[in-house]
Design a protein around this ligand. Structure first.
Ligand SMILES: [Zn+2]
Length: 575
């Protein structure tokens, strides 16, 4: 089948399609070796040996048979292509349809899969028209397949074809099917793929489409263009689309195991104790616990024990009878009574007074409370969910927390990890808070600048998710309408930010991810300088450039004035 048969808007002759510069995409590739992570925008990536891929393919083919292995490998490719299509749409949102689409073939090159050369390309997203013809040079998958099996009778770049299907189907919003018309595995000098809407392939499209299905339960009708294969639907939901059924954002295993535990324990009546630093979202988890419990129709009452003065906490929790103390002019129920039939969330439980602890223990054990200044015993039906950011075991040892209460509360402890232990979630959370804040303040924000992404990914987040929420909201307010969030909008109150990520330079080498655009940085002789040397030198350069003006120097470096002052002091540089 020849590509030139179909009229194409671009191309028709070899190499006629203009491919845009790749820097916008390459700038999104970040190496963070100190975290053991590689990021491509907000996707976590991993370097894999082509020889390992070859061994994996071979094992799949030999244990599952060629058909099943091909299906599996094609779908893995589909998934990757669909993710990249979401990213391409975002990163090249302002570009022409062609440049936007060509991000896919460029990403494939950036990811080291293959070098793509468009021969001809015709896209009309609105009309659903698509035709693509690409030459693929030095495909890693073909190399792996050839190493295992030598020259074959049919094309074998399954993952690549899956990628092309996933990318183009997601990009077009309709199923686009690709086929290899030439393959290195069948003795051609290079691979070549052609893509068009599934229904344009006619009857035999079903043969290819079966490799894209997830299991038999998915029935895909190639004549119905708006029905995407299951893989496409999963990808369309997208890893970046946001909230899970908890109304929270996260893909990390640490986050998901907390969600899993909450779902498990919710239907029981067990007392649950959330452990973790301030700002990790303990209250949101406990609210979800209530929502998923049998008490969902009952009240959810939340109390932060630390925010109520010690002398008032008892009457607040257990209620008060008129005349119990000066000022108690009316009787009123406490939070326990108000939570009757539902759940009571007690945050910062470690701050409770000893008397209140005793009363709480009784409420937990007997389901009974007494209002302050009253001797009438009242029955309450309340599930207690507690949370603490201190180590209660230590508090027991120190004698500030009752041991019997600790064991009563510690029936089902759930540890919520700090944000720095779930770094995979940082990009998702950043974007989520950005979209939410932008909507709240009626602003259009295009995203984050690369160095801002670096800083946010590297930052230690002592205040956890709450800190990020506030930081991003403040940045959205500070940023220009229609602009991107930059370092100067984010870290404005002297937060300690260090960069330990590396970016790909134009020559392909990695360099530390400091924005070089504004600074003329001359490389010193004699090998690599240390990070500290480099940083100190950049500070001096910026100071010189700004003629000693600290605010200007800070702006040049994209850091706050306070951070600059801190750094200057650290390196003992006179300002
Ligand atoms: Zn091939």
């Amino acid at each position: 089948m020849s590509a030139a048969d179909t009229s194409a808007k671009r191309g028709g002759g070899l190499g006629d399609v203009h491919v845009p510069e790749i820097h916008d995409l390459a700038n999104r590739l970040r190496f963070a070796p100190q975290q053991g992570r590689i990021w491509l925008d907000d996707q976590r990536m991993m370097l894999m040996h082509v020889s390992s891929l070859g061994a994996l393919r071979q094992e799949l083919i030999e244990s599952l048979g060629k058909e099943t292995a091909r299906g599996l490998i094609t779908r893995i490719g589909y998934q990757a292509g669909a993710s990249d299509a979401e990213m391409a749409k975002k990163l090249r949102s302002g570009s022409s349809t062609y440049d936007n689409f060509l991000a896919g073939p460029q990403l494939v090159s950036l990811e080291g899969i293959v070098h793509c050369e468009p021969i001809s390309l015709d896209i009309d997203v609105g009309k659903g028209r698509y035709f693509g013809d690409f030459r693929l040079i030095d495909c890693a998958e073909a190399e792996a397949h050839l190493a295992s099996y030598g020259i074959a009778d049919e094309p074998a770049c399954w993952m690549l074809v899956g990628y092309a299907c996933g990318y183009t189907s997601t990009f077009m919003g309709r199923p686009i099917l690709w086929r290899e018309t030439e393959c290195k595995c069948t003795g051609h000098s290079q691979c070549r793929v052609v893509g068009r809407p599934a229904e344009d392939w006619g009857e035999d499209a079903a043969d290819d489409l079966r490799f894209l299905q997830i299991g038999d339960f998915v029935k895909f009708n190639p004549t119905s263009p708006d029905k995407l294969p299951a893989t496409a639907r999963i990808a369309a939901r997208g890893p970046a689309s946001g909230e899970n059924d908890f109304g929270m954002v996260g893909i990390s295993s640490a986050f998901n195991s907390v969600c899993h535990l909450v779902k498990k324990v919710a239907p029981s009546e067990a007392t649950v104790l959330f452990l973790g630093e301030s700002g990790v979202g303990k209250e949101i988890f406990s609210h979800n616990l209530h929502r998923l419990s049998r008490r969902a129709d009952g009240p959810f009452v939340a109390v932060n024990c630390a925010s109520i003065p010690e002398q008032l906490i008892e009457s607040e929790l257990f209620g008060v009878e008129k005349g119990a103390f000066t000022g108690a002019t009316v009787s009123r129920p406490g939070r326990f009574e108000r939570a009757h039939g539902g759940s009571l969330f007690l945050d910062e439980i470690g701050t409770l007074s000893f008397t209140a602890q005793g009363k709480l223990l009784r409420a937990l054990q007997e389901g009974e409370i007494e209002r302050v200044g009253d001797h009438k015993v009242r029955k309450v039906d309340v599930r207690v969910i507690a949370a603490t950011n201190v180590n209660l075991r230590d508090a027991v040892k120190e004698g500030s927390f009752r041991e019997d209460l600790f064991y009563r509360l510690n029936v089902f402890p759930i540890r919520v990890p700090p944000l720095r232990d779930r770094r995979d979630d940082i990009p998702l959370l950043m974007n989520w808070f950005m979209r939410r804040s932008a909507a709240k303040h009626g602003k259009t924000i295009t995203g984050f600048r690369e160095r801002a992404v670096d800083a946010l990914i590297n930052y230690r987040w002592p205040g956890n998710i709450r800190e990020m929420e506030n930081l991003v909201e403040r940045a959205v307010i500070l940023a220009d309408e229609g602009g991107a969030l930059d370092l100067c909008h984010l870290f404005t109150t002297g937060e300690e930010v260090t960069s330990t990520t590396f970016v790909v330079q134009r020559d392909g080498a990695l360099s530390q991810s400091v924005d070089m655009d504004e600074i003329d940085f001359t490389q010193g002789p004699g090998g690599l300088p240390t990070l500290a040397d480099t940083e100190a030198r950049m500070l001096r350069l910026a100071l010189a450039e700004a003629k000693g003006n600290l605010s200007l120097a800070a702006r040049l470096l994209g850091i706050s004035r306070a951070t600059l002052a801190y750094r200057l002091k650290k390196y003992d540089i006179a300002s």
